[in-house]
Design a protein around this ligand. Structure first.
Ligand code: PPS
Length: 568
């Protein structure tokens, strides 16, 4: 494959005049709100990224794709692009009917003329497309647990491109890239697909690929949907932008691809090749474990490390793009240079840092050597994954009224503010009830709502890198657990049981409430006429008898330090 035909590729959009008319007509049609994944698919269907598809697959095409990677007419196409819908929606529509496809804001993106409606055999699809019906595969899990039970197929008419508010200047349709290559006179272009930040190994690999193919280079990262747990695309694009000027600008460009990946290894590599062909490239890099989903439920890799290269090679002529294959790149210490793993000079020391190790180093704030990555990339990654002592966390005090929660929480807040570095917010029981939960009483239902509100606010604070200190009674174990789960997705949760006995609280009776509760003047009073479920495994249990608030707060500080959340 020496050079490509850079003529425009067919798109599925109507002209702008007809679009307006069609949009008005479509307002009356049954509407389907596209899922994030379907929205990515629709964009690439409409702009020609999925050429020659003319819409979501009908049943005959789907069967062919699942069974032998071919549409009904024999064209190579490895990935079922399907419109999955709920049974409730499917019941309302029939083949022959048009439906409006809308984005999350309700904007009409396209019209689909339904040609097929069927309930797919998902286990068969999983085995055929992903090689195993194993829920450890993210797309198999999606297929069974997220996707709707019914598929609708049919051609679509594009009305407008989905709107993106981020990195607009870096997004190009296939025809925009084709036009750019035409303008630059780039007849040979090698594309590099990635869902990870670019480190030095990637740069070396792309340099070598461009040299080998004697081609220009397109860095073509996926910003649609990638593997759950990947670095988010905002961070990644900032990383790419930080290193793109390390490439020669006269032979390299970068463009973002709004693809929803399926992590289907070999089939995905073939699919990526077809998509890149549509974007006007001539060569495509396939490295080790291309689009690999990780381990299956038996702890084994779903695909062999070079299965993708084999399948791509087999179909190279039909894909219409030449593969540039690479072994895993490793750093050779003595040579201070990267080599493909199979070309390492004898007796040399090989250095490598896995993705897991990189994440550990980021989490613990450990060094990431310059041979591995660029300081600019590490700076961006550290901003999103700061070390533990700069991440948000929540300290959740629980205990009876008058146990000393508020006093200790206040002392802790002041100490943390004295240390500085992170904003500290105190969500005290009384204060929350005044500002957030003023309409609530003390029934179980109302207490649960109150605690969940506190949990939600604390989780937002934690997510945004702050420290939340909560001090409600929170008498129920299940609600405390729910709050823990809310917060632990963003940062650490430290449950502190202030274990002052009910007798001691009543003896102190600082607010005079126990007396009123005993007299029956306050109903449902925790510890007297309402339950308190003692936490079984709090991170810390504090006994306030014989200890002042300052000492108790210091105990919490020591615990935070031992958890790596604050530095001495
Ligand atoms: S809960 O159960 O977590 O929703 O309670 P919380 O929001 O922390 O509110 C506790 C404060 O409200 C006062 N108060 C009562 N507490 C317990 N039971 C009843 N029936 C009740 N009525 C009013 C009491 O002053 C609590 O304040 P603290 O700071 O805990 O002493």
């Amino acid at each position: 494959m020496k050079s490509t035909n850079l003529a425009p590729i067919p798109e599925l959009y109507v002209s702008s005049d007809s679009a307006l008319k069609l949009k008005h007509e479509a307002a009356a049609l049954p509407s389907w709100d596209l899922t994030p994944r379907q929205l990515c698919d629709v964009e690439l269907l409409m702009n020609g990224g999925f050429h020659p598809l003319k819409g979501f697959l009908g049943q005959a095409d789907y069967d062919g794709v699942v069974e032998n990677m071919r549409l009904e007419d024999g064209t190579l196409w490895p990935m079922p692009i399907t419109l999955d819908v709920s049974e409730a929606f499917a019941e309302k529509v029939e083949p022959g009917q048009d439906i409006a496809l809308r984005d999350a804001e309700g904007v009409i993106i396209a019209i689909m003329s339904i040609s097929d409606k069927w309930a797919p055999d998902k286990a068969k699809e999983a085995k055929g497309v992903f090689g195993a019906d194993d829920l450890a595969h993210p797309s198999v899990n999606y297929l069974h647990n997220v996707a709707g039970k019914v598929y609708l197929g049919g051609p679509i008419t594009g009305i407008q491109q989905p709107v993106h508010y981020d990195f607009k200047a870096r997004r190009d349709t296939p025809n925009e890239l084709r036009a750019l290559f035409r303008k630059l006179g780039w007849h040979k272009v090698v594309a590099f697909q990635t869902r990870n930040p670019l480190h030095r190994a990637h740069q070396e690999l792309t340099f070598r690929a461009a040299r080998e193919a004697q081609a220009n280079l397109l860095i073509h990262p996926v910003v649609g949907m990638t593997k759950p747990g990947d670095v988010d695309h905002f961070t990644r694009v900032r990383c790419y932008e930080a290193v793109i000027d390390k490439y020669p600008s006269s032979t390299t460009t970068m463009s973002l691809l709004n693809l929803a990946m399926r992590m289907a290894g070999p089939r995905e590599a073939v699919w990526h090749g077809l998509i890149r062909r549509n974007h006007g490239v001539t060569h495509f890099i396939v490295g080790r474990d291309h689009a690999g989903p990780g381990k299956n439920s038996q702890g084994k890799d779903f695909y062999g490390p070079y299965d993708a290269q084999e399948l791509f090679k087999k179909h190279e002529a039909e894909i219409g793009v030449t593969m540039v294959d690479f072994k895993h790149m490793v750093y050779v210490q003595e040579k201070a240079q990267y080599f493909p793993a199979n070309e390492v000079p004898e007796g040399c020391t090989v250095l490598d840092i896995s993705g897991t190790e990189l994440r550990r180093r980021l989490r613990e704030g450990l060094e990431i050597p310059e041979w591995f990555s660029f300081p600019e990339v590490v700076t961006q990654l550290r901003k999103t994954s700061p070390a533990r002592d700069r991440q948000g966390f929540t300290v959740f005090f629980t205990g009876l009224s008058g146990s000393g929660k508020s006093t200790i929480a206040n002392a802790l807040m002041v100490k943390l503010m004295e240390m500085g570095g992170r904003p500290v917010t105190l969500l005290d029981g009384d204060v929350v009830r005044k500002h957030l939960s003023s309409e609530l009483g003390f029934s179980k239902e109302h207490r649960d709502i109150n605690i969940r509100r506190i949990g939600y606010v604390a989780s937002e604070i934690t997510k945004n890198g702050g420290i939340a200190i909560c001090a409600p009674i929170a008498p129920y174990t299940a609600t405390r657990r729910a709050v823990r789960e809310m917060i632990e997705q963003y940062g650490a949760f430290l449950e502190v049981h202030v274990a002052t006995s009910v007798e001691e609280c009543e003896r102190r009776d600082r607010k005079g409430l126990y007396k009123l509760a005993r007299e029956g003047k306050i109903k449902e009073f925790t510890g007297i006429s309402d339950p308190y479920e003692i936490p079984e495994n709090p991170e810390l249990r504090i006994d306030t008898e014989g200890q002042d608030a300052d000492d108790c707060a210091h105990e919490v500080l020591l615990k935070l330090e031992s958890m790596g959340l604050i530095k001495a």
